[in-house]
Design a protein around this ligand. Sequence first.
Ligand SMILES: Cc1ncc(COP(=O)(O)O)c(C=O)c1O
Length: 394
Amino acid sequence: MVLEKPIYLDYNATTPVDPCVLEAMLPYFRDSFGNPSSTTHSHGWEAKLAVENARKSATRLLGAADPNSIVWTSGATESNNLAIQGVLGPFLDHKTAAHLITTQTEHKASLDVAHALERRGLEVTFLKPNRFGQVSPELVMSAIRPHTKMISIIHANNEIGTINPVSSIGPEARRRGILFHVDAAQSAGKIPIDVEKSAIDLLSVSGHKIYGPKGVGFLFVAPHVTKANLLTGLLYGGSQERGLRPGTLNVPGIVGLGRACEICFERINEEPQKLANMRDQFIAEVLDRVSKAGAKSNISAQLNGHPKDRVYSNISLSFHGLSSDVFALGLSRIAVSAGSACAAGEPSHVLAAIGLPEILAHATVRIGIGRFTTPEDLQVALEQIEAMVENQRN
Ligand SMILES: Cc1ncc(COP(=O)(O)O)c(C=O)c1O
């Protein structure tokens, strides 16, 4: 017997590759397999041209002007490491006082970098967000010290979807001469971003969150950062990516990510709104059905994260009064993420930071929707959640 796969509703973990992206990549595994660093023959020239075209597509998605501001990486984990360690590491090497402002709700790909640098002597402020998981520009600015060198903020949160006001923080940071890094792994291609207007100096993007392939991403580095030598690469090796990220480029991956950026750019005025409407309708219906099905047994549901400032893909729900075993077994027909999923069963640091009690964190589910989600998929999710609540009652 072949088990039917559950309906995919985990778009914040990863997205399926768009068929147009796959189509664009295939030639670069077959005939056009050259190394873009090969300057002596057409195989290399062809690969180089494809990489440079992808650079332009990535630039366009961010409202940037210079394609050379894109540094290809293996994904947002590497981009965050490059941005944070690449700027702050040299201060520690030279025993110069430096301070980083970040938040308690960053992805581990930033949070753990900050902790590692803290152990090496960096001063770090981990801002506590409000109950929606948001930090205000005023809170960020109030944490500035004379030697603050960087502000690093997650744009859309991967667990609860809340969007931080990066376009208000950037100009304030720039006025004070502090570099501003944004982790846009969950927001790029879903929320319009203009790095120029928002005065963003460094911004991380991941291919597999925007219908592109896994194992590829980029760091946007504003030209003035490169010009002033404010960023140092983390790897030693060749001169690829102007020495900031040596190593032979992943040409098919980069081509795929470039195409993914193009598609998101073409749809940015229509797709996010359509999916946000679908999300809002679903949330309203879930809350209504749970309140009816759970009325007698005192089960209710709540939405985590900001009710309005949230990325279209994220629906984080916690269930009061639901035991964790019912919860664990209840949603077998849909592929979703447990909101408390974290190392060694520890509740998530994000849910803790917004003040969610541990018991609720263990009854939290993250549903992620995206480009290929249909109303029928969400109907199944509704039925599953309703059945789960009824099972507990029985
Ligand atoms: C906000 C955020 N930052 C960084 C990452 C890491 O991205 P990657 O998987 O490309 O390394 C993720 C992935 O889950 C994310 O959601």
